[in-house]
Design a protein. Structure first.
Length: 234
């Protein structure tokens, strides 16, 4: 087992491992315990009551966080003609078609999120083996395959994040930076939890939100009361 640093060990002592915190209290504690010399990312880990092996229990989607992620996102758009111009006007960092696909096939990956118009997906599909494992492949379920490229680019720039259940039934997602006000982290947290609740598969049985924890990049996890985590969800 890797040795934990003194800062981490001291931070762990401040967390009651047997307690389920309210979201606001948990996030305030995460901010308090973040001692790194950089602006750490605040992350949420949710264990869902689903069986990811079953196609009808997949949980995947996207949500625009009301206060963004605190990260500058480089957006690439696969588009041609007027849609390419629309993407550029909306603030896309890189726009192109076939020549862009060729660059990526050669190993270039200097972007964070990819968007594609539906008519480009026949060609973009060749990048599945490259972009798929990195979670960067355009997908209609997350709103990144669309003719409304202006909206897609603007939402991503405003703080849109994607979430996807892993093989163990967990969701991991960023909701901001420790420099954010606690109230803003709480609002981002509830926006994510709202989206997860609405994405609940009809086939999922029993308790859906099994456990929730929040943490900073270098800090310990703080467990959140699942009931309080979804209390404001309509």
């Amino acid at each position: 087992m890797a040795h934990m640093g003194k800062r981490y060990e001291e931070a762990v002592k401040s967390v009651d491992r047997d307690r389920l915190y309210d979201p606001e209290e948990a996030l305030a504690l995460v901010k308090q315990l973040a001692k790194a010399k950089f602006d750490e990312t605040v992350e949420v880990a949710v264990r869902l009551g689903v069986d990811p092996k079953k196609a009808d229990q997949q949980v995947r989607g996207a949500v625009v966080l009301p206060h963004g992620t605190g990260k500058t996102v480089r957006v690439l758009v696969f588009a041609k003609g007027e849609k390419a111009k629309e993407a550029e006007a909306a603030g896309a960092d890189i726009v192109g078609d076939d020549e862009l696909i060729a660059r990526i096939q050669q190993g270039w990956l200097d972007f964070d999120v990819a968007v594609a118009t539906p008519d480009m997906m026949g060609a973009v599909g060749r990048l599945g083996r490259i972009l798929g494992p990195k979670g960067m492949m355009p997908n209609p379920k997350t709103g990144t395959v669309t003719f409304d490229v202006e909206r897609a680019v603007q939402e991503i720039k405003a703080g849109k994040i994607e979430y996807r259940v892993d093989k163990a039934g967990n969701i991991h997602a960023p909701i901001g930076k420790v420099s954010f006000e606690t109230a803003h982290l709480v609002e981002n947290f509830h926006a994510l939890m709202d989206a997860l609740q609405k994405a609940k598969p009809a086939a999922a049985k029993g308790q859906y939100i099994r456990s929730v924890a929040v943490s900073s990049t270098m800090g310990p996890g703080v467990r959140v009361n699942p009931t309080k985590a979804v209390a404001v969800v309509s």
